[in-house]
Ligand binder design. Sequence first.
Ligand code: NCD
Length: 307
Amino acid sequence: MLKGKHLIGPRDFTLEELDEILNLAHLIIENPKEYSKVCEGKLLAALFYEPSTRTRLSFEAAMHRLGGSVIGFSEANSSSTAKGETLEDTIEVVSNYSDIIAIRHPESGTAERAKKHSSVPIINAGDGSNEHPTQTLTDLLTIKLLKGSFNNNVIALCGDLKFGRTVHSLIKAMSRYENNKFILISPNELKLPDYIKKEFLIENNIEFIETTSLEEGLKHADILYMTRVQGERFEKYEEYLSLRDSYILNREKLNLAKEDMIVMHPLPRVNEIQTDVDDDPRASYFRQAKYGMYVRMALIAKLLGCV
Ligand code: NCD
């Protein structure tokens, strides 16, 4: 039963519940009209304390396309936070005005804190470098539709594995399925945090290697998940500059990859995928972004109990 649940991390839902959302997303893609009024009269509050294009607009588009309405803000300084209000108080108030809340915040752990003060479902739309479960739903739908199975995949994750919350949530999700292998490609400074390696990979006996070489990972991957170096999380800007262009995927490098590999990226991209990759049939990131809206429609409709 998904009605009334919060989504803070992808493991908050059982595999069956994830399937339920992904299957509904697929049905919505096939017949969007049938769902265009299911959330009529419902209100989503989108509280975005951090910049966003895809996530915020896809949440808003999703709610409108379900027949519901949206309130919210897109920068912290246009809310009472600028006057010193705590997150907890904001949530107490907003959960009286709305039926469901999506929150993005630069600090890790904020969605979990919000949950304790909310009378309506909280959806974590990204908390610092911690988690981004609705991006993971988007990624799962992309893998389901383009690769067909969540099992038996070699998944290469490349770029900022330290601060990249989409990577953290995706590993936590994909490590629940059978026989997946992970190739973790990053500079030494941006390796996957030890706790994720230990708790989700090692303790589940999941095979993984760590490498600094994109070329090495590319050759074996069924899924290549590229990420942006998360400049906003660095203490020293010079360090960011020195790591920013560690990996640049271009058409020439793609020649090393399997014919049926897919290239994913949560977007926005900076330099890590050159535009000459965009018309390669393996480039899947814009389709991935499109699926994000449908999967958020499915998520909202389920958490509100509208379908
Ligand atoms: C990601 C994020 O916010 O973590 N973007 C997104 O939501 N699609 C990735 C990023 O900003 O690099």
